[in-house]
Design a protein around this ligand. Structure first.
Ligand code: PMV
Length: 359
């Protein structure tokens, strides 16, 4: 498929005012996307667990208008949020070639997150995917019913233009993004449900997010991605990710949890290693991030648990483990890890099924 497959349809229907609400989750990458080119195209394939509890709910309301240009109001958790306008404006500019109706309506965007405000959890994946899905619902009203698969594919395509990893939040439980030889149907343009066999254990995996640092990141993802161009280790990193995609295929099928643990942790540390080696270099982990990692390694050595960690572009730690270990691991978190969390805060989440339209 090419970008031309996402050009707007002919809008035959007349639509007056209306609204729709979507709830879209966050996701956590197992093989990480880091480095992009062109218009939000990934330098390597990635795969993620879709989450269930960490989500954004967005109500999009529309009213026809005659004036030119974009017109919208945005409310975040009930309050008008001018600080987000620039980001939304940029997103609308990017998706305009693919949605022919954006200047025909005034939009009211009312959005809220399930996770605490300023938790250091990026809401771009859940936020951009929720808004993209809502825009797709309006497109569907204008064109008539769109095939479910096409609807999700275009929603993922639009989400990607808002925030790369957002394209992996539409569906669940495992989503792959980025063209890769061993993943049929894979594309740099949108995420696809992981197509190969997956052992049962991975469909109910838990993710407890330790909020180690809730501050604003010193280096944004956008800047971080850009630092991969001309990075001395870039090609090796992209090769490593491709190779890990292939190794995961065997792991997903067999349910080999110790191989899973080793691969996922290596991906997380490799992501942060290329940050350390960027020019200028930077560190997003905090001392408590490393303390948690040490503790997880000790715990695994002592108990034989399959608990492992992963990191996104920040200091917070995602603890991944099979559902059947939930009681034991939660005990360990409460006794040994809560002290490393800011204000003792953590979020219990798990693998989810993807976004849903709310009635
Ligand atoms: O979608 P972005 O531009 O915020 O980048 C996300 C990058 C990582 O979270 C670090 C990895 C990933 O694949 O989600």
């Amino acid at each position: 498929m090419t970008v031309n497959d996402f050009l707007p349809s002919v809008y035959e229907k007349q639509v007056t005012s209306g609204s729709v609400t979507w709830r879209s989750p966050s996701n956590i990458a197992l093989v990480k996307y880091w480095g992009k080119h062109g218009q939000q195209l990934p330098m390597n394939p990635s795969v993620s667990f879709t989450l269930s509890e960490c989500a954004t709910t967005t109500k999009l309301s529309w009213q026809p208008k005659d004036s030119e240009g974009f017109s919208f109001d945005l409310f975040f958790e009930g309050e008008k949020k001018i600080a987000f306008y620039g980001k939304i404006e940029k997103f609308l500019e990017r998706v305009q070639p693919y949605l022919g109706f954006l200047e025909d309506f005034h939009f009211k965007i009312e959005t809220s997150n399930s996770f605490p405000h300023s938790s250091g959890i990026a809401s771009s994946a859940s936020g951009m995917s929720a808004l993209s899905l809502a825009l797709m619902s309006l497109e569907e009203e204008l064109t008539g019913v769109i095939d479910k698969r096409e609807f999700k594919r275009k929603a993922s395509f639009l989400s990607r233009l808002g925030s790369g990893s957002a394209c992996r939040s539409i569906d669940g439980p495992l989503i792959e993004w980025g063209e890769h030889v061993t993943i049929p149907g894979s594309s740099d343009l949108f995420g696809v449900p992981y197509p190969h066999p997956v052992a049962e254990v991975f469909t109910t995996y838990r993710d407890v997010i330790l909020l180690v640092d809730k501050g604003v990141k010193k280096v944004s993802s956008t800047v971080g991605h850009n630092l991969m161009s001309g990075h001395p280790y870039a090609e090796a990193r992209f090769d490593q990710a491709r190779n890990n995609m292939d190794l995961l295929q065997t792991i997903f099928q067999s349910g080999d949890l110790s191989a899973f643990t080793a691969l996922v942790e290596s991906e997380a540390l490799s992501l942060h290693a290329v940050m350390l080696a960027s020019t200028p270099s930077y560190i997003l982990m905090k001392p408590n991030t490393l303390q948690v990692i040490e503790k997880v390694w000790e715990y695994r050595k002592e108990t034989g648990s399959a608990l492992c960690f992963t990191l996104d572009a920040g200091a917070n730690v995602h603890l991944l483990f099979p559902d059947e270990e939930n009681d034991r691991v939660m005990e360990f978190i409460k006794s040994d890890l809560v002290g490393y969390c800011q204000n003792g805060q953590y979020i219990c989440d798990g693998v989810g099924k993807g976004a849903e339209m709310l009635k």
